[in-house]
Design a binder for this molecule. Structure first.
Ligand SMILES: [Zn+2]
Ligand SMILES: [Zn+2]
Length: 141
């Protein structure tokens, strides 16, 4: 069904490593940031995770598989991953209108609008990596 086009409408596609999970989101990416909280580190198996927000209403799952969701904060936040290959795809705060996407799940994760502008839980970050400080990267140029 054709959608009314607006200047802000832009479709982004993404997938997990094995391809079972595919999705599209649209609109302007919101609040690109790194997070080094204990949940991101442990579930990601990495020093931090890289997040971007899109309108939840724009999200469509297009693959043959379904995410497995895990409540990292029961009744607060759930995180979704591919049950086949384990790729981390998404996070959703219950009741929120924004879906958090793990940026590497996007097919195009080199867009300058995805460059992290801040780092959440930087106090919990490993000491051997530099921090992203607020405003360090400007998406304006
Ligand atoms: Zn997969
Ligand atoms: Zn986190």
């Amino acid at each position: 069904m054709p959608k009314k086009s607006t200047a802000a409408t832009e479709t982004w596609t993404g997938t997990c490593l094995c391809g079972a999970i595919r999705f599209t989101v649209s609109g302007e990416p919101d609040f690109p940031h790194l997070c080094s909280c204990s949940h991101c580190k442990t579930r990601g198996g990495s020093p931090m995770q890289w997040w971007i927000g899109f309108p939840l209403s724009s999200l469509t799952w297009t693959g043959e598989g379904e995410l497995t969701w895990y409540d990292t904060f029961p009744s607060g936040t759930k995180r979704g991953f591919c049950p086949v290959c384990g790729s981390h795809i998404a996070a959703l705060d219950y009741g929120d209108t924004t879906i958090g996407i793990n940026v590497p799940a996007l097919d195009n994760h080199d867009d300058p609008r995805l460059v992290p502008t801040s780092q959440s839980f930087s106090d919990d970050a490993v000491t051997w990596l530099p921090r992203v400080t607020a405003g360090q990267h400007s998406t304006g140029g």
